[in-house]
Write a new protein. Structure first.
Length: 136
Protein backbone atom coordinates (compact mmCIF):
# COMPACT_ATOMS: atom_id res chain seq x y z
CA UNK A 1 0.00 0.00 0.00
CA UNK A 2 1.33 3.41 -0.95
CA UNK A 3 1.15 6.35 1.46
CA UNK A 4 1.22 10.05 0.79
CA UNK A 5 4.30 11.67 2.36
CA UNK A 6 4.84 15.43 2.54
CA UNK A 7 8.51 16.44 2.40
CA UNK A 8 9.19 19.98 3.61
CA UNK A 9 12.80 21.07 3.20
CA UNK A 10 14.37 24.10 1.52
CA UNK A 11 17.63 22.34 0.61
CA UNK A 12 17.40 20.86 -2.91
CA UNK A 13 19.96 18.11 -2.22
CA UNK A 14 18.09 17.00 0.90
CA UNK A 15 14.77 17.17 -0.98
CA UNK A 16 16.15 14.84 -3.65
CA UNK A 17 17.47 12.37 -1.05
CA UNK A 18 14.19 12.37 0.87
CA UNK A 19 12.13 12.04 -2.29
CA UNK A 20 14.20 9.08 -3.50
CA UNK A 21 14.06 7.41 -0.07
CA UNK A 22 10.27 7.71 0.09
CA UNK A 23 9.84 6.50 -3.50
CA UNK A 24 12.17 3.54 -2.94
CA UNK A 25 9.87 2.41 -0.14
CA UNK A 26 6.87 2.47 -2.48
CA UNK A 27 5.28 5.68 -1.19
CA UNK A 28 4.25 8.87 -2.94
CA UNK A 29 6.28 11.96 -1.99
CA UNK A 30 5.06 15.50 -2.40
CA UNK A 31 7.80 18.08 -1.96
CA UNK A 32 7.73 21.73 -0.98
CA UNK A 33 10.40 24.10 0.28
CA UNK A 34 8.39 26.76 2.09
CA UNK A 35 6.60 26.49 5.44
CA UNK A 36 3.61 28.55 4.34
CA UNK A 37 3.07 26.33 1.30
CA UNK A 38 3.40 23.26 3.53
CA UNK A 39 0.53 24.46 5.72
CA UNK A 40 -1.60 25.04 2.61
CA UNK A 41 -0.83 21.51 1.43
CA UNK A 42 -1.72 20.09 4.84
CA UNK A 43 -5.09 21.82 4.53
CA UNK A 44 -5.79 20.33 1.11
CA UNK A 45 -4.39 16.77 1.23
CA UNK A 46 -4.33 13.94 3.76
CA UNK A 47 -0.76 12.85 4.50
CA UNK A 48 0.19 9.80 6.53
CA UNK A 49 3.68 11.15 7.21
CA UNK A 50 5.32 14.57 7.11
CA UNK A 51 9.11 14.81 6.89
CA UNK A 52 9.78 18.29 8.17
CA UNK A 53 12.88 20.47 8.34
CA UNK A 54 12.98 23.00 11.17
CA UNK A 55 14.66 25.97 9.47
CA UNK A 56 12.32 26.99 6.66
CA UNK A 57 11.34 30.19 4.92
CA UNK A 58 7.81 31.35 5.59
CA UNK A 59 6.57 29.35 8.57
CA UNK A 60 9.20 27.47 10.59
CA UNK A 61 9.10 23.73 11.19
CA UNK A 62 8.22 23.99 14.88
CA UNK A 63 5.10 26.01 14.06
CA UNK A 64 4.10 23.45 11.42
CA UNK A 65 4.70 20.61 13.87
CA UNK A 66 2.51 22.32 16.49
CA UNK A 67 -0.21 22.82 13.86
CA UNK A 68 -0.10 19.11 12.95
CA UNK A 69 -0.27 18.02 16.59
CA UNK A 70 -3.31 20.20 17.27
CA UNK A 71 -5.21 19.84 14.00
CA UNK A 72 -4.16 16.58 12.31
CA UNK A 73 -3.15 14.21 15.10
CA UNK A 74 -3.44 11.19 12.77
CA UNK A 75 -0.34 12.37 10.91
CA UNK A 76 3.10 11.13 11.97
CA UNK A 77 6.01 13.56 11.77
CA UNK A 78 9.71 12.98 11.20
CA UNK A 79 11.59 16.19 11.99
CA UNK A 80 14.98 16.75 10.38
CA UNK A 81 17.49 19.36 11.40
CA UNK A 82 21.17 20.10 11.17
CA UNK A 83 21.07 22.09 14.41
CA UNK A 84 21.30 20.63 17.88
CA UNK A 85 20.05 23.13 20.44
CA UNK A 86 17.99 23.21 23.65
CA UNK A 87 14.71 22.91 21.75
CA UNK A 88 15.77 19.92 19.66
CA UNK A 89 17.28 18.20 22.70
CA UNK A 90 14.03 18.71 24.63
CA UNK A 91 12.03 17.35 21.69
CA UNK A 92 14.41 14.40 21.39
CA UNK A 93 13.83 13.56 25.06
CA UNK A 94 10.04 13.81 24.70
CA UNK A 95 9.58 12.30 21.23
CA UNK A 96 6.96 9.59 20.91
CA UNK A 97 6.55 6.68 18.56
CA UNK A 98 4.63 8.98 16.17
CA UNK A 99 6.96 11.97 16.30
CA UNK A 100 10.68 11.47 15.69
CA UNK A 101 13.77 13.62 15.24
CA UNK A 102 16.67 12.85 12.87
CA UNK A 103 19.79 14.97 12.66
CA UNK A 104 21.35 15.84 9.33
CA UNK A 105 23.25 14.58 7.52
CA UNK A 106 20.73 11.79 7.08
CA UNK A 107 22.19 8.29 7.09
CA UNK A 108 21.07 4.68 6.85
CA UNK A 109 19.03 4.91 10.05
CA UNK A 110 16.86 7.51 8.34
CA UNK A 111 15.38 4.92 5.95
CA UNK A 112 14.54 2.75 8.94
CA UNK A 113 12.83 5.71 10.64
CA UNK A 114 10.74 6.42 7.52
CA UNK A 115 9.65 2.78 7.31
CA UNK A 116 8.87 2.62 11.00
CA UNK A 117 6.87 5.85 11.01
CA UNK A 118 4.85 4.92 7.92
CA UNK A 119 3.84 1.65 9.60
CA UNK A 120 2.98 3.50 12.81
CA UNK A 121 1.00 6.08 10.85
CA UNK A 122 -1.23 3.33 9.50
CA UNK A 123 -1.66 1.78 12.95
CA UNK A 124 -2.37 5.17 14.50
CA UNK A 125 -4.88 6.05 11.76
CA UNK A 126 -6.70 2.71 12.18
CA UNK A 127 -6.84 3.13 15.96
CA UNK A 128 -8.20 6.67 15.72
CA UNK A 129 -10.75 5.64 13.10
CA UNK A 130 -12.04 2.94 15.48
CA UNK A 131 -12.70 5.44 18.28
CA UNK A 132 -16.33 6.34 18.70
CA UNK A 133 -17.14 9.81 17.28
CA UNK A 134 -18.42 10.74 20.75
CA UNK A 135 -14.93 10.23 22.17
CA UNK A 136 -13.01 12.22 19.55
Amino acid sequence: MSYLVLIVDDDLTTQALLQETVKSQGHTPIVCSDGKIAVEMLLSLEFQLVILDINLPGVNGWDIFNYIQKNIPRTCVLITTGTKDDKTELFEAEQSEHYKLCYKPLGKSFIQEVNSLVKKALTKRKALNNISPDLQ
